[in-house]
Design a protein around this ligand. Structure first.
Ligand code: MN
Length: 230
């Protein structure tokens, strides 16, 4: 029993790092929406150049590669969104894109699990997205691949299959806002800190997941992620 806390404090969430025995300690998860124009169109929006929506998930929503994900409570339409995830190891506060690029520790493959039915209701009523996005086990993420220097333009296939059928296939070069632009923008609203993760939006092809589905997501040069909906 702890001598300091009245309860056992929650454990730090650790993500595997490719080719390392050390874990990356997750602090917070920021997400942006609407960063690939073909996905903006499929959701019925228009891809103007306004900065994408910002939302968050709790750190303990992380699910490690190879896990089972419980079908979420009170959900009638669970959707997959495969995304590039950026892991940060330096603080950023109102910083420019150069500083932002240097704060990137590594990249990973993530799936922004979404209760689409609740998101539709929230959008209609102008309500927050927490119930749609920030639920338990809503953030499966692969091992983090460290990057020494972030390339000026990221490219590589980003894809997601369900039961071996390809549902989403795009390329990182289709991102409307680059990783440094996203981090710099976020740093105008939040002081980003070591351990923070950022989901960077999904390409077209989002769709429904049901119990028993096996999901495989990958990004060329970054890694891959598998999980099953229980
Ligand atoms: Mn998303």
């Amino acid at each position: 029993m702890s001598e300091v806390y009245s309860l056992l404090p929650p454990a730090v969430v650790g993500l595997q790092i490719t080719d390392s025995v050390k874990l990356f300690p997750v602090r917070r998860i920021f997400c942006i929406g609407r960063n690939y124009s073909d996905h903006v169109r499929e959701m019925g929006g228009n891809s103007n150049k306004d900065f994408p929506i910002i939302f968050t998930k709790p750190a303990d929503a992380v699910v490690a590669d190879g896990s089972k994900v419980e079908y979420p409570l009170s959900c009638k339409s669970l959707h997959h969104e495969v995304e590039l995830v950026v892991a940060i190891d330096k603080p950023l506060r109102q910083d420019d894109e150069d500083a932002a690029a240097k704060a990137v520790f590594g990249l990973a493959v993530g799936v922004d699990l979404t209760r689409r039915d609740l998101q539709k209701e929230a959008k209609k009523s102008g309500l927050p997205w927490d119930c749609a996005k920030a639920f338990d086990q809503s953030a499966p993420i692969s091992a983090i691949k460290p990057v020494r220097v972030l390339p000026a333009v990221l490219q590589g296939e980003i894809s997601l299959s369900v039961n071996t059928q390809v549902r989403q296939r795009g390329d990182l070069k289709q991102m409307i806002w680059s990783v440094p632009q996203i981090l710099s923008h976020l740093s105008n609203y939040f002081e980003l800190l070591p351990g923070d993760l950022v989901f960077t939006g999904t390409p077209a092809g989002v769709g429904v997941l049901v119990s028993g589905d096996c999901v495989f997501a990958s990004i060329a040069g970054v890694g891959s992620l598998q999980f099953q909906i229980a």
